[in-house]
Write a protein that binds this ligand. Sequence first.
Ligand SMILES: C[S@@+](CC[C@H](N)C(=O)[O-])C[C@H]1O[C@@H](n2cnc3c(N)ncnc32)[C@H](O)[C@@H]1O
Length: 255
Amino acid sequence: MTQELYREGLAYAEQNFLDENASHLHVDKKLIREKFDLNGKKVLDFGSGMGGMSLWYATHWDCQVLAVDIDRHHISIANELKVRHGVKNVKFEIRNILEEPLEEQFDFIVLNDVAEHIQFPILTEIFKMLSSSLAPGGFVFVTYPPWKSPYASHVQHVIGIPWCQFLPQGILLKLIEKNNRRIVGEEESDLLEAYRGLNHLTHEKLMKVIEGSGLKPVFRKSHSFINNIPGLKNLNLRVFPLDFLVTKEFLLLEK
Ligand SMILES: C[S@@+](CC[C@H](N)C(=O)[O-])C[C@H]1O[C@@H](n2cnc3c(N)ncnc32)[C@H](O)[C@@H]1O
C-alpha cells in the first residue's frame, strides 16, 4: 500500500469515526443510537475495515469491542486511529473466523456494509459461526446497500451513473477499467476487484443465507432519502419501483 493510499484511508476512517453526519453512515449511527444501549455489552464488529465504526461504538458506550477483519491493511489503519485517539476498550484483530474461531460470546454483533462483499457459501458459514458466538439475549445487526440501490455497485461515484450495476456487464466493466484506481485493501486492491467481489445481496438472498444458522429476523428497516420528505416517513418502499430508491437495508436478528 502506498503512503498516499494509507493517508487517504486514515482520513476516511477518522471521518467515519468522528463525524455523526458522515454521508453513508448517518442513518446507521442514528438508528443504532435510538435502538440500542451498548453499555456493559460485549460488541463484535465483524468486518470492521479501517475501524471507524468500531471506534465510534467504543467511545459512545462503556462497552468492550472486538473488531475483526481479514485484511491486514485495514486493521493497520484501525490500530493507528485507536492509538491516535487513545481508545482503550477496542481491540482490532486480523482474523478469518472460519479458520480461527472466536472464543468469546458477544451481546451485539454488527456487520456494517460487510455482508454484500462475501460470497454466499462463505457468508452462510460465517452466520453459523456468529450465531454460535451470540450470548443469550444478544443480537446480530446487519446493514447493507441492497442490490437495487443506486449505490450498490460501489463504483457509481467514479463512473458517475447511479444504478450502473444494471448496465450491460461488458460496458460497465470497460467503464470501471477506464476509471479504475487502487483502494486500501489487500483482498480487494482496486475498484474492479471490489465490484467483482460483490454478491448482489437482497433481503431474500440474505434470508436464505441465515437459514440453518439458528438466527431469525426481529426487525427490518428499508431506508431511502424519500423517507426524509415530510409526510413520507412511513412510505412502504418494498414495492416496485420504489424498491429501487432504497439505499440501505437494516436487519436485526436474534436466536
Ligand atoms: C466495505 S468494508 C466495511 C468496513 C466497516 N464495517 C465499515 O463500515 O466501515 C467491508 C470489510 O469486510 C471485510 N471482510 C470481507 N470478507 C471478510 C471475512 N471473511 N472476514 C472478515 N472480514 C471480511 C473486508 O476486508 C472489508 O474491510
